[in-house]
Write a protein that binds this ligand. Sequence first.
Ligand code: PCA
Length: 325
Amino acid sequence: MQRKTPLLLAMACAMPFAAQAAEWTMATPYGDASFHTQNTKQFAEDVDEATDGELTITVHSGGALVSHGEIKPSVRRGTIDAGEVFLSVLSNDDPIFEVDTLPGVAGSYDDAFALWQATKPMITELFAAEGLIPLYAVAWPAQGIYTAEPLTDPAQFEGLRVRAPNINTQRFVTLMGGSPTETEESDIPTAFSTGRVDAMITSSSTGNAMTAWDYVSAYTDANLWLPKNIVFISQRSFDRLDEETQQALMEAAARAEERGWAASREDNDASLAALEENGISVSQPNEAVSAALQEAGDALYQDWLDRADEEAEQALEAYRAQRDE
Ligand code: PCA
């Protein structure tokens, strides 16, 4: 047995230039029922195929390997090579990351995509400063409000314990008079079944993936904003790949972005139908609710402006100028 090691070592040294296939580890907080995760797993398959197995990416979903808050730090440290996060959870690093959770800024897929294009240079620069490369970003469907009873009066928010996926949504709930709790997608069922929350803000897709009808009976399709997930990699891991593999990876990422936005639209339609089929009443906000949402939204926007630096504001202005063309 003991003689084996030197022999293997000698063999390895004899082929110093043999290409080593890279095996990457990637983490996402979202479960397999999410179209985002399905898209990302397809991306990993595409990379494997396009590089003939030179780069394989194993996607660990549902926060199983790394918790949401630890995904970016882990890629930065090199513990894992790639990650996917809800972009706006990075808002403590810079307010630009939550520009896609502001009401009234981008209320359609086309607007949301234009906002991504306008803010991408700044976001890419901030990621680069941490040794990270963004690969692609995909929007969730518009965010709405799930409640036990149909939401007909903004006063229903008074004291309502509302699950929110990020800080900005928590601020919004507070402005509406509710009591927010930040809960990961994967913890939604427990939050409801243990009575920690009465309501939630999320998309049609997540409501469907989390079988919201087990806990609530109404969905107000309030079209609050279309927040994004971002997929990124470690610059160091990227630099270790040969040029051909790097190119194949970037091409697969561009395809994943395109496919992801289309999947989001389709999933929104399918999920709204699934919510109704399972007994959830889906409706648009009435006038009183709309007015209250608008007022809270305006305050939220003002709050963002107070925190954002000039570069972030310029990115938002660039987006607006482009939309007005
Ligand atoms: N689903 C994720 C993020 C936004 C969404 O629609 C969530 O609720 O956690």
